[in-house]
Design a protein around this ligand. Structure first.
Ligand SMILES: [Zn+2]
Length: 342
């Protein structure tokens, strides 16, 4: 399996996170790679390939040009306005959003965001380009004939929509990979999001399309982020009607019911006759994850990797969430090992 990785992820280094009324040390930061890499190495993975320079045209069809311009310039505008720290908006549009963002950078940052846990730092854009390049390289490797590839990256991407950042996510790496696979010639791309949290950004980006099937297994939005997406009755719109499938599950869900949802999602993907699969690989389903509430154990990850392999599809794995505990790396490696050994 080709694994793409870039040290440049350290250039996105949030200093603080607003979490339930307090500023805390961020759950998502460069330290996560210190959990992921050792676990991968313990499992015997050792070739971590650098991606080619990022091709920005790959963002077309995923993010709007206004949003990309905002990300590129946000920190300089924030600094020029005399605001302190990193770009972290205070104000958000409610139901009626204007057609253009406000001129003030604080207002613009809120316009292009949907939660206060996501910041832009001075060098975030450099990190985000390198991270997206890993996702693109993984997709291209599979388009070129590899059976599977993995983008070992952070920050995650699946909460980022076409024009908003959210849930630590700024560029949507899984969507970038799916769009690249389509551009490279795949007729139908399926996305399986196994992160604990609903992949609202990915869902939004493909909601009205019938060439990309989005499936997600996640904590119920009544009591888990991203709160306003991920219900069962969200099934797509327009041409995309029926091409979004959500499995919201209650807090405390263990492997048996979780894997039953997985098998159901895989049936949808089979019926869709996907040419290729993108897995949004979050392992915050782990029983000891600090911000989630499912009860998967380390021994469960290889099991479900093997189940995904039964689809027999070329597969691009994109790293998403998974926080705080050393087992994060073992759990990611477990999914990949289970997939490869199936
Ligand atoms: Zn997550």
């Amino acid at each position: 399996m080709k694994i793409f990785y870039s040290d440049a992820h350290v250039l996105h280094h949030p200093k603080a996170e607003l979490h339930r009324g307090q500023m805390i040390d961020p759950h998502e930061g460069p330290h996560r790679m210190d959990l992921l890499l050792p676990g991968m190495k313990r499992a015997g993975f050792k070739n971590f390939l650098s991606p080619p320079v990022f091709d920005e045209t790959s963002l077309q069809g995923v993010h709007t040009s206004d949003y990309i311009d905002f990300i590129k310039t946000a920190w300089e505008r924030w600094d020029a306005a005399g605001y302190a720290g990193d770009v972290l908006p205070m104000s958000y549009p409610h139901s009626k959003r204007r057609e253009k963002p406000p001129t003030d950078i604080d207002g613009a940052a809120g316009y292009f965001a949907s939660s206060s846990d996501t910041v832009i730092t001075k060098t975030s854009w450099e990190a985000l380009k390198a991270v997206a390049a890993c996702s693109l390289a993984a997709a291209n490797a599979v388009s070129d004939g590899a059976n599977s590839a993995f983008a070992l990256i952070r920050p995650p991407g699946h909460h980022a929509g076409a024009d908003y950042m959210s849930g630590y996510c700024i560029l949507n790496n899984s969507a970038i990979a799916a769009q690249a696979l389509r551009k490279n010639g795949a007729g139908r791309v399926a996305i399986l999001d196994v992160d604990f949290h609903h992949g609202n950004g990915t869902q939004d980006i493909f909601y009205e399309r019938d060439d990309v099937l989005f499936t997600s297994i996640h904590g119920h939005p009544d009591d888990h982020f991203p709160y306003f997406w991920g219900h069962k009755d969200e099934t797509g719109a327009g041409a995309g009607q029926g091409f979004t499938v959500n499995y919201p599950l209650p807090a405390g869900t263990a492997y048996a019911p979780w894997s039953a949802a997985l098998r159901n999602a895989l049936q949808h993907i089979s019926r869709f006759k996907a040419d290729v699969l993108v897995v949004s690989l979050g392992v915050d389903t782990f029983e000891h994850d600090p911000i989630s509430s499912f009860k998967l154990k380390t021994t469960d990850y290889p099991l479900y990797g093997a189940i995904i392999a039964q689809l027999g599809l070329p597969t691009v794995f994109i790293m998403e969430g998974g926080y705080g505990v050393p087992k994060v790396g073992d759990n990611v490696a477990g999914v990949l090992t289970g997939f490869l050994n199936a």
